[in-house]
Design a protein around this ligand. Structure first.
Ligand SMILES: [Zn+2]
Length: 338
């Protein structure tokens, strides 16, 4: 039945075209997420394998504390990854209570002589994590910096380039200790917006102006934010005569109900043809996996599906990039399952 459905829709020619309208751009990412993750107990996990090594129960428990404190402080997931990568480099995620290098102590090798706190304080993983985040949050633009640069601005290490190599491991650990693990954030902080087959590709020969991919999700499928970011548009792509009050058609203009999210690094994602008004509003900060609406067929669309776009730099059609390639490179390949 599934195969038949795909064939029939392909024959009909699924259409959708997206916005000409310019969405409102927010200048900065706000630091108050509307949604947060919670930490799940990891009682039965004795080790976690990452792309760059294996971590034991003690190390995992420390990563969980770092993430938990980040969540309590409303630090976006990117900050959790930076903190865990830093702690891997500084202490291998072991709370070092003896100083080997000057008076450096604890998970982040913070030095009491440099004002980080007393030896007792900096060897308390919760205190140490809080101090790390407090410093990180004072750095302008930390969310869009390479991990090494952000970590170095907090740590002022003699080996500033050492942090980056831990990013894959840190991402895996953060994912593993976060609520719902992979649904909250995955290896690189990206998740599939829907798990559905790719029905129509990016800028194909037949549709060179198709700036995204069509994912064959049935009506009312929850649509998830592909990564953490700020909602910069949530509403109807209104024309003179169409206001998303009913399903669209091949003769209807625009994206229908849709959402644009700005992610760190000036990456934008767009989600079109939602069934009804989005569940998020402009200014909301979302996590990877936050449900932003349900798929439908409003706007220029011949049947329920999700039209998904990725843009690098701004939201114009010029900057659209192939979402299949982009998501595969970010650990969340589209269309794996039908
Ligand atoms: Zn489309």
């Amino acid at each position: 039945m599934k195969t038949l459905g795909v064939v029939v829709l392909a024959a009909v020619g699924l259409v959708c075209a997206c916005v000409g309208g310019v969405a409102v751009l927010a200048a900065v990412l706000v630091a108050t997420p509307a949604v947060a993750c919670a930490v799940t107990p990891l009682d039965d996990v004795t080790s976690i394998e990452t792309p760059t090594g294996t971590f034991n129960q003690e190390q995992i428990a420390n990563a969980a504390i770092i993430v938990a404190v980040g969540i309590e402080m409303n630090v976006p997931v990117r900050g959790h990854i930076i903190a865990v990568a830093t702690a891997i480099q500084e202490s291998r995620l072991i709370n070092l209570t003896t100083a080997y290098d000057h008076d450096s102590l604890g998970l982040f090798q913070q030095r009491p002589s440099q004002g980080w706190g007393t030896p007792e304080q900096v060897t308390d993983p919760r205190y140490a994590s809080r101090k790390f985040y407090e410093k990180l949050l004072t750095i302008d633009g930390w969310e869009s910096m390479p991990l090494t640069e952000a970590a170095q601005k907090v740590q002022r290490s003699a080996y500033p380039d050492a942090y980056a190599k831990h990013e894959p491991a840190a991402s895996t650990l953060v994912s593993a200790v976060s609520n719902g693990s992979v649904s909250c954030t995955n290896y690189a902080g990206w998740v599939q917006p829907v798990i559905a087959p790719v029905w129509s590709g990016f800028r194909t020969a037949e549709r060179p102006a198709h700036q995204g991919v069509d994912l064959g999700s049935p009506r009312n499928t929850p649509v998830k934010a592909a990564s953490a970011g700020l909602v910069v548009w949530a509403g109807c792509d209104t024309s003179r005569w169409y206001h998303c009050e009913r399903d669209g058609s091949p003769n209807t203009p625009g994206c229908g109900w849709y959402v644009d999210i700005k992610h760190p690094g000036d990456i934008y994602t767009r989600y079109c043809h939602l069934n009804e008004a989005p569940f998020v509003r402009v200014g909301d900060e979302v996590m990877a996996g936050t449900v932003i609406g349900r798929s439908g067929t409003t706007g220029h669309s011949s049947g329920p599906h999700l039209h998904f776009e990725v843009h690098l730099g701004d939201q114009s059609s010029k900057t659209a990039t192939d979402p299949v390639k982009f998501m595969a490179e970010h650990g969340a390949p589209l269309g794996r399952q039908g």
